[in-house]
Design a protein around this ligand. Structure first.
Ligand code: ATP
Ligand code: MG
Length: 566
C-alpha cells in the first residue's frame, strides 16, 4: 500500500478537475457541462463511490450543469436489480439527485449499430480466435503482438459473421468483434481489443434479447457520447484506457466528444474498497449483510450512524489528486464526530453497570433534574431526568484502590453526578466471590447542579441512570473490521480474510435514560462520556438497540496537531 497521506486542513484553491471545467466554460468550449456517475450494478456502493458521487454531482451542481446516473450494466452475469435499487437509495441519501437515469443496456441497439458502422469503416473485424489464442498472440510489454489471421477478412464477411453472432449462431467464446488498431502499440489496450463478445446469458433488464454484449471501454465511451457528457470523470486505473476511449469515438467520426479525466481512487486504512471483496464478506457470512455497520458500504455507514453531511465533508477534505494514496480512516471518523458534536442530543447510558444506593435519599422519592440537551446548541433546550435512591453508574467509574489522579468514585471519595449532586462512597458491598455488587453512598443536598450551593467543587463528574427509570438496551460496540492497516497485506501463505478482526463486534446489555429509548431507527445521540450512538433498525418497542457510531476520542485531531507542529 502507498504512503498514508494527511490532506491539508483546508484545500488550497480549486482541484485540477474544477480548473479544467472552469477553463472549458470560460473558453466557450462548453456552454454547459454534463457529467455522469456510472456504477455497475454488481454490488452496493462504498465510501470510494461516495467520493465519485460527490465529485460528479457536486461539479455539475456547482457549475450549473447536469449529472446523470447511468448503470453500466453490460455484464449480465454479475448484475442484479437489488443493487440498482440500493444504488439509487444511496445516491439520494447522500443528498444528490440525477438529471437523467439511464442504463447502458438502453443503448444496446445503438451500440450494435455503431459496431456495424465500425466494421463498414474497416475499423473492426470479427475474429475467430479463442480467448486463449488471443492471449497468446497479444505480446508483452516488451514485445509486440501478432495480427490475427482474421484481421484482413473482407468487410462483408465480418458484417455477416457479426450479424450471425448476434443471431445466436455461435457458441460463447468462439468469436469476438475486435477493433483494428495496432498490435504493436506500446499500450496493450490498443492491441486490437475486443469490442463485443458472445455470452448467452439472461440480462436483468434486456432478458434474452441479446447474446452478444459490448465490452466496457467501447460501451462506456459511446454511452458517454450518446448522453452528451462533456467531462467523463473516472479513476486512475482507466488512464491507460483513455486512448481506446478516444479511439472508439474518433473511429466513428463522432463530434462533440467527451473528455475523460482520471483522478485517484480513495483507499482507506483498515478498510477494503472493492465490491468483489465486500461481496465475499457478505456471501461468506463474515458480516451480517451489505449494511452491516462494520462495512464501508454507504448502507453500512448509514446503519452505523454516519450522516450524509459527514460523508460529504470527508469527500471535500480528501480533495482530488492524480496519484493514488491511502487516507487515514481516522479522518472519516473525525468528520462524523464533528458533525454529531454539533447536532447530536446528549443523553446518559450506562454500559457496564454497578448499583449505587444513596442511603440518605428517602425511599420512593423521585426528583426531576434539569439536563441540557446539547451544550453546543442552545436551541436544543433541556429535558427532565428522573433521579432517585437507586442508580447505576459505570463499573469503571469506581475503584476500590484508586490509582493516582483517579478522580472518580472510590471509598471515602466524592464525585459529582452529571446534572445532579455530589455523592460520597461510604461502603462497598461484595458478593461471596468478592465482586462489587453495590456502592452505598450519601449525597450532599446542598450541591444540586445549577443551584447556589453547587459552587462546591469536586474533581470528577460521572454519568448515571436511575435504576427505577432506566430502560434496558442492547448496545453494539464496533471496532475495525480488519486488524491490519492494509487488509490485503496477508502473512505469507494466508489470504486477506486472516486479517479480519475477530473482536470487531461486542454486544453489551446496557441501561439508558428514557429519552434515549424514545429514538426511532436512525436517530443519533451522544451518550455522555461514551461516544456517539444511533438507534438500529433491530430495535423493538421497550428494547432499543444502539450502534456505537464513533467514540469521543479524536485520534485525527491529534494527528492534525502533530502535523502542524512538525
Ligand atoms: P470496485 O472496484 O469496488 O468494484 P468499481 O470501480 O468496479 O469498484 P463501479 O461501479 O464501476 O465500481 O464504479 C462506479 C464509479 O465509481 C466509477 O466511476 C469508479 O471509478 C468510481 N469508484 C469506484 N471505486 C472508487 C474509489 N475507491 N474511489 C473513487 N472512485 C471510485
Ligand atoms: Mg467497475
Amino acid at each position: 500500500m502507498e504512503e498514508t497521506t494527511t490532506p491539508a486542513p483546508e484545500t488550497a484553491g480549486k482541484d485540477f478537475i474544477r480548473e479544467i471545467v472552469e477553463d472549458d466554460l470560460k473558453s466557450g468550449k462548453h456552454a454547459k457541462i454534463a457529467t455522469r456517475f456510472p456504477p455497475e450494478p454488481n454490488g452496493y456502493l462504498h465510501i470510494g463511490h461516495a467520493k465519485s458521487i460527490c465529485l460528479n454531482f457536486g461539479v455539475a451542481r456547482e457549475y450549473g450543469g447536469t449529472c446523470n446516473l447511468r448503470y453500466d450494466d453490460t455484464n449480465p452475469l454479475k448484475e442484479d436489480v437489488e443493487y440498482v435499487d440500493a444504488i439509487e437509495a444511496d445516491v439520494r441519501w447522500l443528498g444528490f439527485g440525477w438529471n437523467g437515469k439511464y442504463y447502458a443496456s438502453d443503448y444496446f441497439g445503438r451500440l450494435y449499430d455503431f459496431a456495424e458502422e465500425l466494421i463498414r469503416r474497416g475499423k473492426a473485424f470479427v475474429c475467430d480466435l479463442t480467448a486463449d489464442e488471443v492471449r497468446a498472440t497479444r505480446g508483452t510489454l516488451t514485445e509486440p503482438g501478432q495480427n490475427s489471421p482474421y484481421r484482413d477478412r473482407p468487410v462483408e464477411e465480418s458484417l455477416d459473421l457479426f450479424r450471425r453472432m448476434r443471431a445466436g449462431e455461435f457458441a460463447d467464446g468462439s468469436r469476438t468483434l475486435r477493433a483494428k488498431i495496432d498490435m504493436a502499440s506500446p499500450n496493450i489496450n490498443l492491441r486490437d481489443p475486443a469490442l463485443y463478445r458472445i455470452r448467452k446469458a439472461h440480462h436483468h433488464r434486456t432478458g434474452d434479447d441479446w447474446c452478444i454484449y459490448p465490452m466496457y471501454d467501447y460501451a462506456h465511451a459511446v454511452s458517454d457520447w450518446i448522453e452528451g457528457i462533456t467531462h467523463s470523470l473516472c479513476t486512475l486505473e482507466f488512464e491507460d484506457h483513455r486512448p481506446l476511449y478516444d479511439w472508439c469515438l474518433l473511429a466513428l467520426g463522432l463530434e462533440n466528444r467527451p473528455r475523460q479525466i482520471e483522478f485517484a481512487r480513495l483507499n482507506l486504512t483498515y478498510t477494503l474498497l472493492s465490491k468483489r471483496r465486500l461481496l465475499h464478506l457478505v456471501t461468506g457470512g463474515h458480516v451480517r449483510g451489505w449494511d452491516d455497520p462494520r462495512m464501508p458500504t454507504i448502507a453500512g455507514l448509514r446503519r452505523r450512524g454516519y450522516t450524509p453531511e459527514a460523508i460529504r465533508d470527508f469527500a471535500e477534505r480528501i480533495g482530488l489528486a492524480k496519484r493514488d494514496s491511502v487516507v487515514d480512516v481516522a479522518l472519516l471518523e473525525h468528520c462524523l464526530r464533528e458533525d454529531l458534536n454539533r447536532r447530536a442530543p446528549r443523553g446518559m447510558a450506562v454500559i457496564d453497570p454497578v448499583k449505587v444506593v444513596l442511603t440518605n435519599w428517602p425511599e420512593g422519592v423521585v426528583e426531576e433534574l434539569e439536563a441540557v440537551n446539547n451544550p453546543e446548541d442552545p436551541s436544543a433546550g433541556t429535558r427532565k431526568v428522573a433521579f432517585g435512591r437507586e442508580l447505576f453508574v459505570e463499573r469503571d467509574d469506581f475503584r476500590e484502590v484508586p490509582p493516582p489522579k483517579y478522580h472518580r468514585l472510590s471509598p471515602g471519595n466524592e464525585v459529582r453526578l452529571r446534572w445532579g449532586f455530589i455523592i460520597r462512597c461510604e461502603e462497598v458491598v461484595k458478593d461471596a466471590d468478592g465482586n462489587v455488587v453495590e456502592l452505598r453512598c450519601t449525597y450532599d443536598p446542598t450541591t444540586k447542579s445549577g443551584e447556589a450551593g453547587a459552587a462546591r467543587k469536586v474533581k470528577g463528574t460521572i454519568h448515571w441512570v436511575s435504576a427505577a427509570h432506566a430502560v434496558p438496551a442492547e448496545v453494539r460496540l464496533y471496532d475495525r473490521l480488519f486488524t491490519r492497516e492494509d487488509p490485503n497485506d496477508a502473512p505469507e501463505g494466508q489470504d486477506w480474510l486472516t486479517n479480519l478482526n475477530p473482536a470487531s463486534l461486542e454486544v453489551r446489555q446496557a441501561f439508558v435514560e428514557p429519552a434515549l429509548a424514545m429514538g426511532v431507527p436512525g436517530a443519533y445521540f451522544q451518550f455522555e462520556r461514551l461516544g456517539y450512538f444511533t438507534v438500529d433498525a433491530d430495535s423493538v418497542p421497550g428494547k432499543p438497540v444502539f450502534n456505537r457510531s464513533v467514540g469521543l476520542r479524536d485520534t485525527w485531531a491529534k494527528i492534525e496537531r502533530k502535523g502542524r507542529a512538525a
